[in-house]
Design a binder for this molecule. Structure first.
Ligand code: ADP
Ligand code: ADP
Ligand code: ZN
Length: 216
């Protein structure tokens, strides 16, 4: 299964991708996570990426495309993968097509999680992430059992630097301008599946599973 999870920041892409990754036994590839790892390690790439991420702007295409090319060529992607947060620009979508052609593989579906701007702000303002295992929480909608501690691994939870209201607004703007046009691109390829993302995590998940089963 080769899937793209599409949707605005905060739509629930990471949350759903982690669940799908477990069910299908295929890797969850999130360009945002890869970039944050580089930032945490203090690499040159991380320093450059951070200057864009802090403002809610996109990191330049050539950097992202290089990261994805390297990642998709790894052995664990042979039976499929879930892309989360990539592609985000037309140039990235075209580079992905080119790469898939060279690898002689095809996408199965592009799942678009539809969520309103108000819901995005509500979700991102209260998002918390485990420092150790990356599990995603929401202080109201999906809270940890114990304050600030991960249920899965006991790690400490943190808030992302870019999950602040003014940066969130800019990320939404950037999404609308640079990423939204890709929907038409994938619709024309017959790959687009729209899912109402404004329901519970389990309802959204069951819906995704249902449409993916019907594709098999
Ligand atoms: P969210 O899941 O909230 O949408 P991400 O973790 O996917 O956020 O991305 C965080 C930031 O990382 C983005 O605002 C952008 O600066 C950078 N980034 C992630 N993926 C890409 C990409 N495919 N192209 C350009 N920049 C990206
Ligand atoms: P994305 O990867 O698209 O940026 P996340 O998966 O990180 O989105 O989810 C953003 C926030 O919304 C997190 O705090 C997460 O716990 C919460 N969330 C995800 N899906 C839902 C849902 N269906 N209902 C309510 N909150 C959700
Ligand atoms: Zn954890």
């Amino acid at each position: 299964m080769r899937i793209i999870l599409f949707g605005p920041p905060g739509a629930g892409k990471g949350t759903q991708a982690k669940k799908l990754s477990e069910v299908f036994g295929i890797p969850h590839i999130a360009t945002g996570d890869i970039l944050r790892e580089e930032v945490a390690r203090g690499t040159e790439l991380g320093k450059l990426a951070k200057s864009y991420m802090d403002r809610g702007e996109l990191v330049p295409d050539d950097i992202i495309i290089r990261i994805i090319e390297e990642r998709l060529k790894r052995e664990d992607c042979r039976n499929g993968f879930i892309l989360d947060g990539f592609p985000r620009t037309m140039a990235q979508a075209e580079a992905l097509d080119d790469l898939l052609r060279r690898l002689n593989i095809k996408l199965d579906a592009v799942i678009n999680l539809e969520v309103s701007d108000d819901e995005v702000v509500r979700r991102l303002s209260y998002r918390r992430i485990c420092k150790k295992c990356g599990k995603i929480y929401h202080l109201m909608f999906d809270p940890p059992k114990e304050d600030n501690i991960c249920d899965m691994c006991g790690g400490e939870l943190y808030q992302r630097d870019d999950d602040k209201e003014e940066v969130i607004r800019n990320r939404l703007e950037v999404y609308r301008k640079q990423t939204l046009p890709l929907l038409k691109y994938y619709e024309e390829k017959g790959l687009l599946i729209n899912i109402n993302g404004e329901r519970s995590i389990d309802e959204v998940f069951n819906d995704i599973i249902r449409v993916l089963e019907s594709k098999r």
